[in-house]
Design a protein around this ligand. Structure first.
Ligand SMILES: NC(=O)c1ccc[n+]([C@@H]2O[C@H](COP(=O)([O-])OP(=O)(O)OC[C@H]3O[C@@H](n4cnc5c(N)ncnc54)[C@H](OP(=O)(O)O)[C@@H]3O)[C@@H](O)[C@H]2O)c1
Length: 292
């Protein structure tokens, strides 16, 4: 059993930290907004008052934060994780961030003798709660081997892709498919709407087709009721599309449909939809299509 410091108790981080605790690991958590730690504290999990406290003396420190800026704030700003972490503590970032940031921070950590893995996850809140995520890992293979017991609590499968940045790259690959799947489903439903076809019936037909997917099943209720409580917030999908297109540009990948989907997401952000679930892109397209 490992001593784990867990930073970032958002929609994903909270159930992940709880699962590690329930699996018997010694878990201490920290969150910028302390109130978000209260429910875990009530379940018996130790809450740190500072980054120093959550980092000191741990076998592994895990971060699960919004984006590149949040990660840099927590890891490399003054009084951040890198000011306190000491060998042999391992650092694992599970946030979705740019491969460039993953590599940059891993190099900074390495200069201090600290090994860092990028290990973002695929799967949303339900998968996090059920320990059914996919963990996509980049970094030293020995560190990956050492942390497989933790990854097996958080996920049903972990994949080692190579050196630092490879986990973050794999995450952008699967999230391109995620964002484009959502866009494709929503555009199909917009056409159905304009044809005057019954939405629940159309979704049921889709689920009997060769294109059936668990993902459409998860979003069915939201798409029918037009109520979009966030599991994966649209602002995060918008951020991921930005990272994907930046990487595509740098690596010479031509992704015309992805660029178009990014514009829809940008427009939804401008319409204040960022904190709703990514499926709210349907509402954005309805609005653009002149909801009848
Ligand atoms: N939700 C999903 O379905 C899903 C699935 C796979 C991957 N992801 C990825 O996982 C990561 C976390 O997602 P989430 O849905 O859990 O996000 P979330 O609910 O928005 O939580 C974000 C976390 O980051 C912290 N944070 C944000 N800005 C910060 C800053 N400047 N300094 C310190 N802490 C900061 C927040 O702290 P506060 O509480 O203080 O704001 C919170 O703990 C993201 O990279 C996302 O893309 C999400």
């Amino acid at each position: 059993m490992k001593k784990i410091g867990f930073i970032g108790l958002g929609k994903m981080g909270s159930p992940m930290a709880r699962n590690l605790y329930q699996a018997g690991h010694e878990v201490m958590v920290y969150n910028r907004t302390p109130e978000r730690a209260l429910s875990l504290q009530e379940q018996g999990i130790q809450v740190a008052q500072s980054i120093e406290e959550v980092v000191k003396g741990k076998d592994v420190v895990i971060t699960m934060l919004s984006n590149d800026e949040a990660l840099k704030e927590i890891l490399i700003a003054d009084d951040g994780v890198l000011d306190f972490i000491e060998e042999p503590t391992l650092l694992v970032d599970m946030s979705t961030v740019s491969p460039e940031t993953s590599i940059m921070i891993a190099e900074m950590a390495k200069e201090m003798g600290i090994t860092m893995l990028d290990a973002p996850v695929s799967g949303s809140v339900n998968a996090a709660e059920g320990g059914n995520l996919l963990v996509l890992v980049g970094g030293e293979s020995q560190a990956y081997e050492n942390l497989k017991d933790i990854f097996s609590v958080l996920g049903k499968e972990s994949y080692y892709f190579g050196l630092n940045g490879a986990g973050s790259r794999a995450k952008l690959v699967i999230n391109l498919m995620l964002g484009m799947t959502m866009q494709g489903i929503c555009e199909s439903l917009i056409l159905a709407e304009k044809f005057g076809l019954d939405r629940p019936q159309i979704i049921d037909m889709m689920q009997q087709s060769a294109l059936a997917s668990p993902f459409l099943g998860f979003k069915r209720h939201s798409l029918i009721t037009e109520n979009f409580p966030a599991a994966f917030a649209l602002k995060h999908m918008h951020k991921d599309f930005g990272l994907i297109l930046e990487e595509a540009r740098k690596n010479g990948a031509v992704l015309p449909a992805t660029s178009a989907a990014y514009q829809t997401h940008k427009s939804a952000i401008n319409h204040d939809m960022g904190n709703q679930d990514m499926a709210v892109i349907f509402a954005e397209l309805l609005q653009q299509s002149g909801k009848s």
